[in-house]
Write a protein that binds this ligand. Structure first.
Ligand code: PLP
Length: 452
């Protein structure tokens, strides 16, 4: 193989680091130019949902690129655009039937926020503009999506530039931000995590509030925290009561990751807009978007002559859309949802077993193949000193041993907790999961040895 030379022109996110140079991938494995192999235990950034090197997808993209590489959707349409939109509309809950494409998840959330605003303005409620998000949610890195999310580290540098969006806490019964016990919330049928939304809407004035944006399962910020069963039912009721649109950010959870097409289906409610990304093209091409409720579309038709005042050059890029179409065909043909449920249960049980052996695992949680492990320094759940960077350290050890995970540390009331997301490709096999767990256990032991 030709020697690969590094140079100084790549603007990494961390200029002090040098990363392995990946030459190719096959299935759940990535291979680097120095002969190492990495089990992709987090599907890149929970995106490469079918693993690597699938010819069928590459060929579909090449075929489309050979036909018409780019057409502007302001002037033209393509057959693949119709095919993929129809497929997505069929997977989405009724009556979310119109699909709008973007290149990435941040753009998808920007689009949803703008659509919500236009919807209210057109409906004769021009004051409605405030977006409410959650402190422990992540919705992207562009200004609107960053303002909607609550990632302190990502927001800090840019605070003066951010929009004045409002936030509530995400539910987390293990570390309740309201210092309550789940059993008491259930007994009294009074959940502070939902009541805080109503309280905030009333403080802002319902006439000013446009939308509430939320991840169905809190992903990168908390490490796959599932809300209490009744959470979304109550959130839906509150949004309805005050005419606030409910945006479900399924960029990480959409297209089967949690064992259903969309994670919000686990909670039996219908949002007004679902945003998606990552899994729709399984990482083969930049593709994301939103699926929109018919009442919003009706409003747009009646009040704005069908015109959404928004758009990107690469909305519905035919090569990305062709990738998405090939990916969804594979999900269906290979019964991916079934594999996610089976493999997810298998992996969850293995991680629970790991918890009995590794005392600093505080919690194992999640749904399907979006699993999270949280660490604590003692049985009471005291987080590790943030400067120890435990989850980063575990991932570094894992990379030395041949696997890559998704480390993180979120904050609730200023308390930091280390976690790791475990999210292998949706078509993973049991022997690959055995290998994953073995490497994970060894990495955890090596990392803790280093800091103790
Ligand atoms: N929303 C969620 C829930 C995400 O997890 C992410 C990315 O990790 C985004 C939005 C942003 O997507 P992108 O990085 O494609 O802009």
């Amino acid at each position: 193989m030709e020697e690969i030379m590094r140079n100084d022109h790549v603007f990494h996110r961390d200029l002090l680091k040098q990363y392995p140079i990946i030459t190719h991938g096959k299935g759940p494995y990535l291979y680097s130019e120095d002969g190492r192999r990495f089990l992709d235990a987090c599907s890149g950034a929970v995106a490469a949902n079918l693993g690597h090197g699938i010819k069928e997808i590459a060929e579909a993209m090449a075929e489309q690129a050979g036909k018409a590489a780019f057409v502007h959707t302001l002037r033209f349409e393509t057959p693949v655009l119709y095919e993929l939109s129809e497929k997505i509309a069929k997977l989405a809950p009724d009556p979310l039937k119109k699909v709008y494409f973007t290149s990435g998840g941040s753009e998808a959330n920007e689009s949803a926020i703008k659509l919500a605003r236009q919807y209210h303005k057109d409906a004769g409620k021009p004051e409605k503009h405030v977006v409410i998000g959650r402190w422990q949610s992540y919705h992207g890195n562009t200004f609107g999506s960053l303002s909607a999310g609550g990632d302190i580290k990502r927001r800090q540098v840019y605070t003066p530039n951010l929009l004045d969006f409002k936030h509530i806490h995400s539910p987390n019964c293990l570390r309740c931000p309201f210092q309550r016990e789940k059993k008491d919330c259930d007994k009294t049928q009074n959940w502070s995590c939902t009541a805080s939304l109503e309280q905030l809407i009333l403080e802002i004035g319902p006439q000013n509030v446009s939308a509430f944006i939320t991840e169905p399962i809190t992903g990168s910020q908390l490490g796959s925290v599932v809300p209490p069963e009744s959470y979304f039912q109550e959130i839906r009721r509150i949004c309805d009561r005050y005419d606030v649109l409910l945006i479900a950010d399924e960029v990480m959870t959409g297209f089967g990751r949690t064992g259903k097409n969309f994670a919000i289906e686990h909670f039996s409610i219908i949002p007004d807009i679902i945003t998606f990304g990552k899994g729709v093209s399984a990482g083969y091409a930049p593709l994301a978007g939103m699926i929109v409720h018919e009442r919003i579309m009706d409003g747009l038709m009646q009040n704005s002559k069908g015109k959404f005042v928004h758009g990107y050059t690469y909305s519905g890029h035919p090569v990305s859309v062709a990738a998405g179409l090939a990916v969804l065909q594979i999900y269906e043909r290979e019964k991916i949802l079934e594999n996610v449920r089976d493999a997810g249960k298998y992996l969850f049980d293995k991680l629970i077993d790991l918890k009995t052996r590794i005392p600093f695992i505080y919690d194992v949680r999640g749904m399907g193949l979006l699993l999270g492990i949280e660490f604590s320094a003692d049985k009471a759940g005291t987080p590790f000193e943030p400067s120890l960077q435990l989850s980063e350290r575990i991932n570094e050890k894992a990379m030395e041993l041949g696997a890559v995970f998704y480390p993180g540390n979120g904050t609730i009331n200023g308390q930091m907790g280390d976690h790791l997301i475990v999210s292998p490709p949706l078509n993973c096999k049991k022997d690959e999961l055995d290998e994953l767990v073995q490497i994970l256990e060894n990495s955890m032991l090596l990392a803790i040895e280093e800091i103790r």
